[in-house]
Design a protein around this ligand. Structure first.
Ligand SMILES: *Cc1c(COP(=O)(O)O)cnc(C)c1O
Length: 443
């Protein structure tokens, strides 16, 4: 296993990475961007080693995927065993136990103790697509309500659900019809202040859906319990519950998109747990399988079983190797109490982020939960003017110092932290020291 410490062997990116990046430009579509073009050769736990021998500390987990750590020993062992047994049969042709075990685990772990059914897919986008398919089929209605700052994927239907045009939707239209957008209960930027945010956002939501969609025409409302790409916005406390209760009153399905926030990331198995919300449908992916591509749609048995046989599926959905990885990842989350670990990560990060805010005067908001944390950077604390340019420069300063960091947000001014939950306090502390240096050198 790679030693869990940073090593700077060359400048970053080093010469071999730069050469590979030149080849990338000649072979890979320009549409596929690379945030930090160091080419990885090996990774373990919270360390990525590149082709130049640099060892970078990972505060991104490949966008909240390697929650159990890169190359987690249980996951590696399970994958190797499964690859040796068989790699594919297609569950829709000749099934296998691993798929059923993952569905059983999803029933046990997702919010609520009602009867549930699941279907497995390859990506978060695909899980969201299927959530909408199921909701429309079950309700016999077409309207789907999504929020400002939402991110639900890059396929045609999920692009339509995603809020931000550039880069996700730019010139890729037309988008799927019957998608309606409502304001997000975004406490930091709520005009009358955070204390009124949940109630007022809920009132606007109800009025807009009533006037522009019609309750009886609405199949589903889809919400990220903590928004991901849109800026790690935590909906004002109580907002999600208000929306969920209202949906139930009107026979509208509530879909929690837990693709980024699920699987211990926020200190609970799912971020909905924190708000005591039991969604009708839950989408999962990212952290579910320790880096293997797998996604799930889990929901009420009556809803999921309303679909005719053959109505859901896909060639690779619930691939046995990915399922074996998921079972090993879930076993690790339980055995190592990674929900508890995520809460500990917040205890480590919060005071350090608060100290940064006090020192530099550019952090307007610190938010998130567990190991899904972010700071929003502004050029004027009073006016809350987004500062994407500074955000980009600090990000770059982290990269040059061997810390893998990510930005996000509708305004490009959110600096987010998604460390693997296997990383030690010591490694996280080293990463936070680098963050301090990057702020000091940039602001
Ligand atoms: C990443 C993400 C998706 C899309 O998942 P892909 O696997 O990239 O298709 C959907 N919803 C949320 C909340 C996400 O963070």
């Amino acid at each position: 296993m790679l030693e869990q410490k940073r090593v700077l062997a060359t400048s970053i990116p080093g010469p071999r990475s730069q050469a590979l990046q030149q080849r990338k430009l000649a072979a890979v579509s320009a549409g596929v961007g690379t945030g930090l073009p160091v080419y990885v050769e090996e990774a373990a736990g919270g360390i990525l080693r590149d082709v130049d021998g640099n060892q970078l500390i990972d505060f991104g987990s490949g966008i909240a995927v390697t929650t159990v750590g890169n190359g987690n020993p249980r996951v590696v062992e399970a994958v190797q065993r499964q690859v040796a047994d068989f790699t594919h049969t297609c569950f829709m042709v000749t099934p296998y136990e691993e798929y059923v075990l993952v569905a059983e685990a999803l029933a046990e772990l997702t919010p609520g103790d009602h009867e549930k059914r699941s279907a497995l897919f390859n990506s978060g986008s695909e899980a969201v697509e299927n959530a909408v398919k199921v909701a429309r089929h079950f309700t016999g209605r077409q309207g789907v309500v999504a929020f400002d700052h939402a991110y639900h994927g890059r396929t045609n239907l999920t692009m339509g659900l995603t809020a931000k045009v550039n880069p996700y939707k730019l010139k890729f239209g037309p988008f799927a019809p019957e998608i309606y957008r409502v304001p997000m209960a975004y406490p930091y930027r709520w005009p009358t202040g955070p204390e009124h945010c949940a109630e007022e956002a809920f009132e606007e939501f109800v009025a807009l859906v009533h006037a522009q969609v019609g309750e009886e025409e609405t199949a589903a409302v889809i919400l990220e319990p903590i928004q991901g790409e849109g800026g790690f916005i935590v909906p004002a406390p109580g907002f999600m519950k208000l929306v969920d209760d209202w949906c139930r009153e009107h026979g509208i399905l509530f879909i929690a998109d837990e693709v980024q926030s699920g699987f211990c990331r926020t200190g609970d198995w799912f971020a909905s747990d924190h708000e005591d919300v039991v969604p009708d449908l839950v989408t999962t992916a990212k952290g579910i399988a320790g880096g293997m591509p797998l996604a799930g749609l889990t929901g009420r048995a009556d809803v999921m079983d309303s679909i005719h046989t053959g109505g859901l599926g896909g060639t690779y959905g619930g691939n046995p190797v990915a399922c074996a990885a998921a079972l090993a990842a879930i076993e690790t989350m339980k055995a190592d109490d990674l929900c508890g670990r995520a809460r500990r990560v917040e205890e480590l990060f919060r005071p350090r982020l608060e100290a940064l805010a006090a020192k530099h005067g550019v952090i307007g908001d610190i938010r998130g939960r567990g190991a899904m944390l972010a700071v929003e950077l502004v050029s004027d604390l009073e006016a809350k003017t987004p500062d994407p340019e500074l955000t980009g420069r600090i990000n770059k300063a982290c990269h040059e110092r061997g810390l893998v960091t990510l930005t996000c947000g509708t305004f490009g001014n959110v600096f987010r932290f998604l460390p693997p939950l296997s990383a030690s306090d010591e490694l996280l502390g080293e990463g936070l020291d680098i963050l301090d240096e990057a702020f000091a050198a940039t602001v």
